[in-house]
Design a binder for this molecule. Structure first.
Ligand code: F6P
Length: 549
């Protein structure tokens, strides 16, 4: 059975939310807190080692009730059942969406086409464990008998961003292996990476769900040729591993069957780090940490599937985001982790969120008449405070932000951690409260400034405040808590796709660029340039005529 196809703007809840916005828009967060001393407790969810405080949002209990009414009207509960049940909810690609099965418990049963896919998942997990244990321990060695020191992950999009983000996030738990990521088809990226590497001690992991992606195949071929300048063809078997659904193509590339890790078409690229696509993660931090990450994700899966919507972290965060995106007209959302380890987190989520929900055609095949996918951006705090926070505080745009922080630092330096977290708490408070003209005036009066000078300066120092934030306070950055955090955002994507009545699991928009790049490559490398618009033609001619080789 297909997903329900409801235009969200036709629901009763949508109309009520529109009226509710008009009634409540003038309320400020400061007033809401003044009116209800228990507001913070009421709008906080404590779950495992997570505390999610969403009280600093422009909403009341009535807003939340209406948002959940909207979720109910569009059939969210049923959609969740369908996703977990392996129904073909990725209709445009005729596939189920079962990345949750990758982190299922061994005793769980997820049946697809009559097969319990959890058994297959555990077979591959056993292979990942055996392979990564052997590389890390030095049991598997390079072609000259030396232990591996470096790993290069060759992939792009979901075959790069997830492993790259997680290996950085879990660096603290790492071993002696140094990780490198080659993604861009830019040869300079490839050669810069190879520059410091020793072919005798480097393992290459080629990751491509389709094994047809131009970037990955070009990079893998260049790297194999570089390797073969130092080693023999038969040595490729010791130094190359591959992850793909396309095992035939891997064989053509010459990778030994022992080093081939399958994945499945029911795993979308941007949701694949839990599969063998996470081989580089397991190499970087060891299999047990990789598995702990899956366990954390599974905990979040169970929470998402079973918790009441009002207590359900992904549902609450997704619906609040819809409140801003569709009713307040917010254009973007910021994600600010207060740990340097999560420096790649928003780049990773950009693919997850924007490739999934960047759609303008609904599940009926019709152009949507409302906003869909949110634009995501962010950098770690406190760096971002000294970069773009000015605009969030005093700019003209409404930018809801998620603040992610941890109670305990990994290296145990509480002096630094207290400073970091002081900024974490201070920023959400400042964004909410702002600074009134009276407060600014009182401050200026303390200076020696003349009254005239004070009056001139005052408006520039006023902060409107009333800027919404969610605070995610987590005990500690561990493989397990990271798994839960990533899964939280995955489920948020799902909820929003359901509400917006779009297909979140295809990515046809990326295909056009791929096709055009192939045509243009022929133009560059061939004699003739095919028909193009005037600008593109001019640019191509200039490039061909003036290229220095
Ligand atoms: O960007 C489009 C896309 O298809 C992503 O969804 C995917 O993660 C990426 O390309 C890489 O694809 P593959 O893993 O097949 O090389």
């Amino acid at each position: 059975m297909a997903l329900q196809h409801t235009n969200p703007t036709t629901t009763k809840a949508w109309g009520k939310l529109t009226r509710h916005l008009a009634d409540t828009k003038a309320n400020t967060l400061k007033e809401l807190f003044r009116e209800d001393p228990k507001r913070a407790q009421k709008h906080t969810i404590s779950w495992n080692d997570f505390l999610v405080d969403f009280s600093k949002n422009r909403l009341t209990q009535e807003t939340l009730d209406l948002l959940m009414e909207l979720a109910n009207e569009v059939g969210l509960k049923d959609a969740i059942e369908k996703q977990y049940g392996g129904e073909t909810i990725n209709q445009t690609e005729d596939r189920a969406v079962l990345h949750t099965a990758l982190r299922a418990k061994k005793t769980d049963v997820v049946t697809l086409d009559g097969v319990n896919i959890v058994s297959e998942v555990y077979e591959v997990k056993a292979h990942i464990k055996a392979f990564t244990d052997a590389i890390i321990s030095g049991e598997k060695k390079g072609y000259t008998g030396k232990t591996f020191t470096d790993v290069v992950n060759i992939g792009i999009g979901g075959s790069d961003l997830g492993p790259a983000m997680v290996t950085e996030a879990l660096k603290f738990y790492g071993n002696h292996l140094k990780m490198h990521f080659v993604s861009n088809v830019d040869g300079d990226h490839v050669y810069e990476t190879l520059k410091g590497l020793n072919p005798e001690t480097t393992l290459f992991v080629v990751v491509s769900k389709t094994f047809t992606t131009q970037e990955t195949l070009s990079n893998a071929t260049t790297i194999k040729n570089w390797f073969l300048k130092h080693a023999e063809q038969e040595d490729v078997a010791k130094h190359f591993a591959a992850v793909s659904t396309n095992t035939e193509k891997i064989a053509e590339f010459g990778i030994s069957a022992d080093n081939v890790f399958p994945m499945w078409d029911w795993v979308g690229g941007r949701f694949s780090l839990w599969s063998a696509v996470g081989l580089s993660i397991a190499l970087a931090v060891g299999y047990d940490h990789f598995d702990a990450m899956l366990e954390g994700a599974n905990d979040m899966d169970v929470h998402f599937k079973t918790a009441d919507f009002q207590e359900n972290i992904p549902v609450v965060l997704a619906m609040i985001s819809i409140w801003y995106n569709n009713f307040y007209g917010a254009e973007t959302e910021a994600i600010i982790p207060y740990t340097q380890y999560l420096s790649r987190f928003s780049a990773y989520l950009q693919q997850g969120i924007m490739e999934s929900n960047g759609k303008s055609v609904d599940r009926n095949g019709e152009r949507v008449t409302y906003e869909t996918g949110t634009i995501i951006w962010g950098e770690p705090g406190t760096n971002s405070q000294h970069a773009f926070f000015q605009l969030i505080h005093q700019g003209t745009k409404l930018i809801p932000a998620d603040f992610i922080g941890f109670k305990t630092p990994l290296h145990g330096d509480n002096d630094h951690h207290n400073k970091l977290m002081a900024n974490f708490f201070a920023q959400t408070e400042a964004l909410m409260n702002g600074k009134t003209s009276d407060q600014v005036n009182d401050e200026l009066v303390q200076t020696n400034m003349s009254e005239e000078a004070r009056k001139l300066l005052l408006p520039f120092k006023v902060f409107e405040g009333n800027k919404p934030t969610n605070t995610l306070l987590i005990d500690k950055l561990t493989p397990k808590s990271l798994g839960s955090l990533i899964a939280l955002y995955e489920h948020k994507i799902f909820v929003q796709g359901i509400v917006w009545n779009i297909f979140s699991y295809d990515q046809w928009g990326v295909e056009l660029g791929k096709q055009l790049a192939t045509t243009v490559l022929n133009d560059i490398e061939g004699q003739e340039i095919a028909d193009h618009d005037g600008s593109t033609l001019n640019l191509l001619e200039t490039f061909k005529n003036e290229q220095v080789i």
